[in-house]
Design a protein around this ligand. Structure first.
Ligand SMILES: Cc1cc2nc3c(=O)[nH]c(=O)nc-3n(C[C@H](O)[C@H](O)[C@H](O)COP(=O)(O)OP(=O)(O)OC[C@H]3O[C@@H](n4cnc5c(N)ncnc54)[C@H](O)[C@@H]3O)c2cc1C
Length: 474
């Protein structure tokens, strides 16, 4: 029996498009290599304790935002708790909660980083964010030059409105704006921008920087029970879901594709790949398809994450998320800043009563973890550094730790077949029209996820899902 669609991978992109197509009546088969769903946005168990794998926040589940629109279209109401403040930034002596309410946030910002131009700057950030989400109708097609050019015109209203910020380098813009801003303030801004834009200030435009700084003015949520439970809900109406089923090769035939797992062979008219655009070529022997994916190999910037997971037994109250900014870039990483997320005190689905599940991450370069002779020692050294920072900055005692362990880009590859994490950063080099799209030049072959249009995280990947749905005309 030939399926309408085969979807390879159950990340945000794969699960959402599989669910959307199923809700439209298509016969969909979804494959996931792992027993749990969600990829970078999943959760897992170790020695009886649960952890979120990578993503810990869900932004933009609100009216007028794409995350809400896709959940509504799938027919799922996620089990969420609002996080406000969305993050608490700990930077030297300053503690700055990023409250959603502008004035509440601004009052503390001005105390911690006083500057006479702060209000004008942050109002600009707030306004760019609010206005951007009012635009609709833009889409990106990339199956041939004509559809690509036509789709680029759909961005014209956005381009005309924000041109000044789209062409301005974020670092120069901020430096010129504040003129006398010190390095501490720049580090405060840059660290927050990095976790959303996935690139340093010098490589991105001010528009991207503004949207990154403003994400905490949107609604941010904590997912109850761990992220994989959300994927179980999203995919509940997908007719055929194969867990622990890695697709190892795909062959193209006249009117269909054949997908192979270790034990099975499946046929589908159309294939949607949620594997990274850098690695998808490996699945094919077909030269035309291999060459298509080869074109995008150069976009792999080797950026990845080092993870540190911990369960603690504590009666203290913690916020959901902290960003701890250090003086210097930490060894074997690309950043001064560590993002630390705690489970909600009352979320006993993820951690037992009186315990917290902690997921911490810092940017790294996957090439730093390739050499077997250094691997173990580096991993141990960085784990120790991160543990010490977290204990000290968040006032946790050594004897409150129940379990802790680290993970590298190699660990990610072993489990979810990707070591580059964070997807396509929105840099000057890496912007439309250079991004791979959700459609391809190969008939009936599509991509979805954070390595293709438009970018990473729940809002980015779900915008790609909406784009793909439009291209499929489904
Ligand atoms: C450390 C970290 C923290 C993050 N924090 C946040 C956050 O707080 N909020 C946020 O919005 N975003 C966050 N992100 C980004 C977000 O998690 C990702 O952008 C998003 O989850 C990527 O989704 P995706 O659709 O690209 O799929 P992926 O997550 O890449 O999942 C792809 C899936 O496909 C499966 N797969 C791959 N190849 C095959 C195959 N051949 N056969 C079968 N299955 C296959 C994999 O096992 C995987 O499950 C974070 C990312 C990381 C790494």
């Amino acid at each position: 029996m030939i399926k309408d669609f085969a979807v390879v991978g159950s990340g945000i992109g794969g699960s959402s498009i599989a669910a959307l197509l199923s809700s439209k009546g298509f016969d969909v088969i979804l494959f996931e290599k792992e027993p749990y769903l969600g990829g970078c946005s999943s959760s897992f168990s170790r020695a009886g304790y649960n952890y979120n794998t990578g993503a810990t926040t869900l932004a933009g589940y609100e009216d007028g935002h794409v995350v809400r629109e896709i959940f509504d279209a799938i027919g799922v109401v996620p089990n969420l708790l609002e996080s406000d403040p969305s993050i608490v930034i700990i930077h030297n002596e300053n503690v700055t909660p990023r409250y959603r309410d502008f004035e509440k946030f601004f009052e503390i910002l001005q105390l911690n980083y006083p500057h006479k131009k702060n209000r004008v700057f942050w109002e600009l950030i707030y306004d760019i964010n609010r206005e951007f989400y009012r635009f609709s109708g833009h889409y990106y097609a990339n199956s041939n030059i004509f559809s690509k050019v036509e789709s680029l015109f759909s961005f014209l209203p956005i381009f005309l409105r924000f041109k000044k910020y789209l062409v301005a380098n974020a670092h120069s813009f901020i430096k010129n704006f504040f003129a006398d801003a010190d390095d501490e303030y720049i580090a405060f801004l840059e660290s927050q921008i990095f976790i959303v834009a996935q690139a340093p200030l010098r490589e991105i435009n001010f528009f991207t920087a503004a949207l990154s700084l403003a994400y905490t003015f949107n609604k941010n949520y904590y997912v109850l029970g761990g992220f994989s439970t959300l994927f179980d809900d999203i995919t509940q109406n997908v007719k055929e879901l194969h867990r622990k089923s890695e697709i190892i090769s795909i062959s193209r035939h006249k009117n269909h594709f054949e997908l192979y797992t270790k034990n099975g062979r499946y046929k589908a008219k159309k294939v949607i790949l949620n594997s990274t655009v850098y690695d998808s070529g490996k699945l094919f022997n077909d030269i035309e398809i291999k060459n298509y994916y080869k074109r995008y190999k150069k976009l792999d910037n080797y950026q990845s994450s080092f993870m540190f997971y911990m369960t603690i037994k504590s009666e203290k109250n913690f916020h959901h998320h902290y960003q701890i900014i250090q003086e210097d870039t930490l060894p074997y990483t690309l950043s001064k800043a560590l993002f630390v997320s705690f489970s909600d005190k009352n979320d006993t689905l993820i951690a037992p009563k009186g315990h917290y599940s902690i997921t911490a991450s810092i940017h790294t370069d996957s090439r730093l973890w390739e050499n077997k002779s250094f691997y173990k020692a580096r991993k141990k050294e960085l784990e120790d550094i991160l543990r010490e920072i977290i204990l000290k900055k968040l006032d946790i005692k050594e004897d409150e730790i129940v379990q802790s362990f680290g993970a590298t880009s190699k660990t990610f590859y072993r489990y979810i077949r990707r070591s580059q994490l964070g997807g396509n950063a929105m840099t000057f080099k890496n912007f439309l029209p250079f991004l791979p799209g959700n459609d391809t030049s190969i008939k009936n072959l599509y991509n979805v996820g954070d390595t293709v249009f438009p970018a990473q995280g729940w809002p980015g990947v779900m915008l790609g899902v909406k784009n793909l749905k439009r291209l499929l005309d489904a």
